[in-house]
Design a protein around this ligand. Structure first.
Ligand SMILES: Nc1ncnc2c1ncn2[C@@H]1O[C@H](COP(=O)(O)OP(=O)(O)OP(=O)(O)O)[C@@H](O)[C@H]1O
Length: 237
């Protein structure tokens, strides 16, 4: 996927102004930055949940800038949400079935296998709205994985998880196929450190820097962004 000239504003407030953003098969691309930096806005534009006010997005060589989110999902762009609330009236299993509806004939994994992967197999018949937060996040991930995405957009998947849940999440993400591209918006630097090979840092909607994960995490300007000048450790923790 290649996005160029993406710009988004709410009224007079420009919240994203990004010259280029590229993801290739197999990438593990983290997008980090302080609250309000425009990370979720970027993900929403890539997923089609928000329509780009200017700029262009291509995917597999095809222009998808005006394509709706559902079309993009069918084309292989899966996503999770910062505040997951997947189909509250459905059972956990039916949510995952919905996530994989366009792969009914040739699913790589059955819905039950996906639930097993994320540790929710014992909750298959429970109404999704009754799940505690960590389980709801895992269900959100299961729904995205059931769609067999080629590009997976993750919006703060570790937010609010316990240590044990975070470990499980890291195991799952670490086991994703190498052809799948992942874009990860995340505040937890240990999660970013474990997964990301490339990091883009957003600040006030613009790219502060980007590059190989080790180099960006060691960048004093990135540490200063999180802790203020002199904060050595912020991006490297
Ligand atoms: N629907 C909206 N209407 C008005 N302003 C909005 C709306 N959604 C987001 N914003 C503003 O856009 C800016 C970027 O928000 P965004 O959620 O993309 O940031 P973020 O980097 O994901 O932040 P966080 O880490 O806190 O989730 C913020 O200033 C936010 O208040």
């Amino acid at each position: 996927m290649v996005a160029t000239g993406l710009r988004h504003a709410y009224g007079y407030l420009t919240v994203l102004d990004l010259d280029t953003f590229t993801v290739a098969p197999g990438d593990r691309h983290a997008v980090i930055g302080p609250n309000g930096a425009g990370k979720s806005t970027l993900l929403n534009l890539l997923a089609g949940a928000t329509r780009a006010q200017s700029g262009a997005i291509t995917y597999n060589g095809q222009t998808i800038t005006r394509r709706q989110a559902a079309w993009r999902a069918r084309a292989g762009i899966g996503r999770t949400f910062q505040h997951p609330s997947v189909y509250p009236d459905l059972t956990v299993l039916d949510c995952v079935r919905m996530g994989g509806w366009h792969h009914r004939r040739h699913p790589e994994r059955t819905p039950l296998e996906v639930l097993d992967l994320v540790g929710l197999i014992d909750h298959a018949d429970v109404l999704s709205a009754t799940l505690p937060h960590g389980h709801r996040r895992m269900l959100d991930l299961a729904v995205a994985l059931a769609g067999q995405p080629r590009l997976l957009l993750l919006d703060e998947p570790a937010a609010g998880l316990t240590d044990a849940e975070t470990t499980r999440l890291l195991d799952i993400l670490d086991g994703l196929p190498s052809w799948m591209a992942v874009v990860l918006v995340e505040h937890h630097m240990d999660v970013v450190a474990a997964l990301a090979t490339w990091i883009t840092v957003l600040h006030h909607g613009r790219r502060l820097t980007d590059g190989p994960a080790d180099r960006v995490r060691a960048d004093p300007a990135v540490a200063a962004l999180y802790l203020g000048p002199g904060g050595d450790d912020a991006a490297g923790q």
